[in-house]
Design a protein. Structure first.
Length: 218
């Protein structure tokens, strides 16, 4: 029972941080109740898949899909741009988490147990979520986000060249998450390539988004 409660609490914390940083990056309205509701559904499905069926890689793909579906259908973002928002959010969040994992793994913090609970994993989730919240909050306070995402889910939108490139950059996102799990389990010495790859993709996202926000790419 304790494992279930801890899993739910920290999973909701992570998903909330993910949505929060996504909405702050693109200057979208924050809906706390809806965010927690989405997080509870995602956490329960994740716990069931991982603990009852051992389908961790399936869970990664499904969590990404659920994030997209909630952004599209619950938070009412146009389907095309919902893909972009989801991709950017995952790139930013996983870059933070992969860097923190490298630090915690090198210092032995990630392996902490008490007595049979993996404290290191919970510390990683707390640090990642806290960092994401802080980064997102500062983006909002300094008004550094992008405002080209339309606020109407229905209706015709004009898809520009930069939009198509941003859309294409979303494709590797979930594959890199699965690769990250594989490297942690089988090739931990090569894990350093994950934050580098995430950083490269995120740089592409932010550069193109910045240019688009200024009207520099059509």
């Amino acid at each position: 029972m304790l494992d279930f409660v801890l899993y739910m609490v920290f999973s909701v914390l992570e998903s909330s941080a993910l949505f929060y940083i996504a909405f702050k990056i693109f200057k979208l309205d924050i809906y706390p109740k809806e965010i927690v509701f989405a997080g509870l559904i995602m956490a329960f499905i994740s716990y069931t898949l991982r603990n009852n069926y051992g389908l961790s890689k399936t869970d990664v793909f499904l969590q990404y899909t659920l994030t997209f579906l909630f952004i599209w259908l619950l938070f009412r973002i146009h389907i095309f741009f919902a893909v972009i928002v989801t991709g950017v959010a995952y790139q930013a969040y996983m870059l933070i988490q992969s860097v923190l994992y490298l630090f915690m793994n090198s210092t032995g913090i990630y392996e902490l147990q008490f007595p049979s609970i993996s404290i290191g994993i919970y510390i990683l989730q707390i640090l990642t979520s806290a960092t994401a919240f802080i980064v997102a909050y500062n983006i909002g306070v300094r008004r550094k986000g992008f405002d080209f995402i339309p606020d109407k889910p229905e209706g015709r939108v004009t898809i520009s060249k930069s939009d198509k490139i941003l859309f294409a950059l979303c494709i590797p996102s979930v594959l890199v998450v699965i690769l990250m799990l594989y490297l942690i389990e089988y090739l931990p010495h090569f894990f350093f390539v994950i934050p580098l790859f995430y950083g490269f993709l995120l740089f592409g996202y932010l550069y193109l988004s910045s240019q688009k926000n200024r009207g520099g790419i059509y």
